[in-house]
Design a protein around this ligand. Structure first.
Ligand SMILES: Nc1ncnc2c1ncn2[C@@H]1O[C@H](COP(=O)(O)OP(=O)(O)O)[C@@H](O)[C@H]1O
Ligand SMILES: [Mg+2]
Length: 537
C-alpha cells in the first residue's frame, strides 16, 4: 500500500500486542463506524472514523458478501475510501463553486485497540441540518436547502462522473444520507460539508423501490457485485478528459495530474479489493479482527467447506452461552429487590402530583439538553423553554404528559408479555386481535388515564382536557396529547415548552423508524415538519 494513504503501520496480524487505547472524545456513530476526535502533535483536530460497524449492518454484509463491512478489515477497500475522498475533494468544490466541500483527508491507519482500520479527516466544527422548532428562525429551511440545492445536484454530478456507488451516500433513495452532511458554523467557512463518503450497507435498501430497480440493481449488474461505493474508473477518466481544460484552469496542471494518478490508483485498489472470493473474505476478516491466527487463516484459505463447518460449529457452541446470559439478565431484573424498588417508585409517582411534575419537567429538560447538544437550541432558547413550563396550566398539563410517558413501560409489559400468553392459553382466539392490541395498547392506556382526568375535571366543574382525550387515541404520535392540550389552552397557543415537545415527539417517530430512520435523517426531518401544522414553527 502506498505510504501516503496510510498514516501508520498498515497490515493487521492477529499476533500483534494491543496498543493502549488513547483517550479520544467520541463525536458520533453511524452504521459503518464510530468517530472520535484526536488532536495531532502539530495541533490539528481530526475526526477519526474507526470502522466498527453496528450489528444490523454486520449481519446484512455477512449474508450478502461473506464478511462484515470491508472497511473494517480490508486494506484495499480502505485505500479506495481514502482515494475516493481525495479525488472528490477538488471535484466537489469545483462542482459547487465552494458551497459544498469535503473535510481535508488525512489518510488511514490500522487502529489496534479496536482491531479495525480508521479513516482520518479534518474535524468539522458545526452541526447537522437544523430541525424545525419554534426558535429555529430562518434555519428551519436548512433540510430543504440540503435536499434541493446540495443532494440533488450532487447525485447528478456523481452519476455523470462515474462515482456510481456514491449515489447512495449522496441520498438517492436513501433518507439516512442527510446525516452525512454537516454545516460548518465558522464565519466565512463553506457552509455544507460532506463528512461521510463510506457506506455501511450495500445500496440495496432504497426507501423508494423505483431507485432500486432503475438505478441500483442495474449498477449491481454493471459492476458484477452488490454495489458498495464502487466507482466506474474508465468513466471517471473519460469525464476528466472531457472537462480537462476547465479543470486545469481551475486546479492547475499539477493538481490535475495528481487527480488522474489517484484515479489509476483507485482502480487498482478497487480491483484488488473486489477480486477476493466470498470464502476468502470471510477468512481474511476473521484473521484481521483477531478471531483466528495467521496459521489458521493459511490453513483454511483453500478449504471452504471446512471453514464453513467451523463457522457453523462455533455459532452452535455460542448459543447456550448467549441464552444463559439472556436468562441471567432477565433474572436479575426480576429480582424481588428490584421489583420492590420499581413498584415503590411507581407508587410515589402516582400518589404525588409534585413527584409527577418534577419527573415530567426533568424529562423536558433532558430533551431540551439533547437538542442543545445537537446545536439546534442555544442557551437562551433552552432557558425560555424551561421558563414557559412554570405557568399554572403548563405545570399541570406537563405532569399529565409525564403520566402518559410513565405508563408506557407497564403497558408494553402487558402488551408484549401478557397478551401473547392469553392467546397461547386460548383466552384470546385471534392473532389479529393480539396485533391490534400491540398497536393500540399505548393509546388505550393513555386514553384510560385521560378519561379519568376528564371525569375528574367535569366533577370539579373545571375545563376538561378534550383535546388530549382525542389526540391520545392516535397510536405513537398520541404521546403529544397533553402538549397539544396545553397549546389549545394557552391564550395565543404559544407555550414554548408545548410547541417544542410536539416537535420533539414527532421527530422522535422519525428517529425510531428502523433502517431508514434515525438522528439527522430525512425521515426525522419529515416527521418533525408535520408538527408545524399545529405549532406554526
Ligand atoms: N469530519 C467530521 N467532523 C465532525 N464530526 C464528524 C465528522 N465525521 C463524522 N462525524 C460525526 O460522526 C457521526 C458518524 O459519522 P459517519 O462518518 O456518518 O459514520 P457512518 O459512516 O458510520 O455513518 C456523524 O453523524 C457526525 O456527527
Ligand atoms: Mg453516515
Amino acid at each position: 500500500m502506498s505510504s501516503n494513504l496510510m498514516t501508520s503501520r498498515t497490515i493487521p496480524t492477529s499476533t500483534d500486542a494491543p496498543a493502549a487505547p488513547t483517550a479520544r472524545r467520541r463525536l458520533g456513530a453511524g452504521r459503518s463506524g464510530q468517530v472520535f476526535e484526536e488532536v495531532t502533535e502539530d495541533g490539528r483536530r481530526l475526526a477519526c472514523k474507526v470502522f466498527i460497524p453496528d450489528r444490523p449492518s454486520s449481519i446484512v454484509n455477512t449474508v450478502l458478501t461473506g464478511a462484515v463491512n470491508p472497511y473494517r478489515w480490508d486494506r484495499h477497500a480502505v485505500e479506495c475510501g481514502v482515494l475516493r475522498r481525495r479525488i472528490l475533494e477538488p471535484l466537489v468544490l469545483w462542482w459547487f463553486d465552494g458551497r459544498l466541500r469535503l473535510p481535508a483527508t488525512d489518510g488511514a491507519r490500522w487502529y489496534e485497540p479496536e482491531r479495525a482500520f480508521e479513516l482520518r479527516a479534518e474535524l468539522i466544527e458545526g452541526r447537522h441540518a437544523m430541525l424545525r422548532h419554534p426558535l429555529a428562525g430562518e434555519a428551519k429551511l436548512e433540510a430543504r436547502e440540503l435536499d434541493r440545492e446540495i443532494l440533488r445536484p450532487l447525485a447528478k454530478h456523481l452519476g455523470e462522473a462515474g462515482f456510481d456507488g456514491l449515489l447512495w451516500q449522496a441520498g438517492k433513495g436513501n433518507p439516512v444520507a442527510a446525516a452525512n452532511f454537516m454545516r460548518d458554523e465558522r464565519a466565512g467557512a463553506v457552509r455544507w460539508v460532506w463528512i461521510d463518503a463510506e457506506s455501511g450497507v450495500p445500496a440495496l435498501f432504497s426507501l423508494n423501490p423505483w431507485h432500486l430497480f432503475r438505478t441500483y440493481l442495474p449498477l449491481c449488474i454493471k459492476h458484477g457485485c452488490w454495489l458498495f461505493d464502487d466507482v466506474d474508473a474508465p468513466r471517471i477518466r473519460a469525464y476528466l478528459g472531457e472537462q480537462a481544460d476547465a479543470l486545469k484552469a481551475h486546479l492547475g496542471e499539477r493538481a490535475f495530474a495528481r487527480l488522474r494518478a489517484d484515479v489509476d490508483a483507485l482502480e487498482a485498489s478497487q480491483r484488488r479489493w473486489r477480486s477476493l472470493p466470498r470464502h476468502r473474505r470471510s477468512v481474511a476478516s476473521h484473521q484481521a479482527v483477531g478471531k483466528i491466527t495467521r496459521e489458521q487463516a493459511r490453513h483454511y484459505v483453500d478449504k471452504p467447506v471446512r471453514w464453513i463447518a467451523r463457522l457453523v460449529g462455533k455459532a452452535c457452541m455460542r448459543v447456550p452461552g448467549k441464552v444463559g446470559a439472556l436468562l441471567a439478565k432477565v433474572g436479575a431484573k426480576l429480582h424481588p429487590r428490584h421489583v420492590h424498588a420499581a413498584l415503590g417508585r411507581y407508587a410515589r409517582f402516582f400518589l404525588s402530583q409534585s413527584v409527577r411534575t418534577r419527573w415530567a419537567s426533568r424529562y423536558v429538560r433532558l430533551r431540551v439538553l439533547d437538542w442543545r447538544e445537537r446545536g439546534f437550541i442555544d442557551r437562551d432558547g433552552a432557558r425560555a423553554i424551561r421558563t414557559s413550563m412554570q405557568t399554572d396550566n403548563a405545570a399541570e398539563y406537563i405532569a399529565d404528559f409525564g403520566v402518559h410517558l410513565a405508563i408506557k413501560p407497564g403497558v408494553k409489559l402487558l402488551v408484549w408479555g401478557l397478551v401473547p400468553l392469553l392467546k397461547v392459553f386460548g383466552v384470546i382466539d385471534s392473532w389479529w386481535l393480539v396485533g391490534a392490541i400491540a398497536l393500540y395498547g399505548g393509546a388505550i392506556g393513555r386514553t384510560l388515564y385521560t378519561l379519568g382526568r376528564t371525569v375528574q375535571a367535569l366533577v370539579r366543574g373545571r375545563s376538561a382536557p378534550w383535546i388530549a382525550l382525542l389526540a391520545g387515541l392516535a397510536p405513537v404520535v398520541g404521546n403529544a396529547a397533553y402538549p397539544l392540550q396545553l397549546l389549545a389552552a394557552s391564550s395565543k397557543g404559544d407555550v414554548l415548552a408545548a410547541r417544542f415537545l410536539v416537535h420533539d415527539i414527532l421527530s422522535g417517530v422519525g428517529r425510531k423508524i428502523p433502517i431508514w430512520g434515525g438522528k439527522d435523517t430525512f425521515l426525522e426531518h419529515r416527521f418533525n415538519a408535520l408538527a408545524r401544522l399545529v405549532t406554526r414553527a
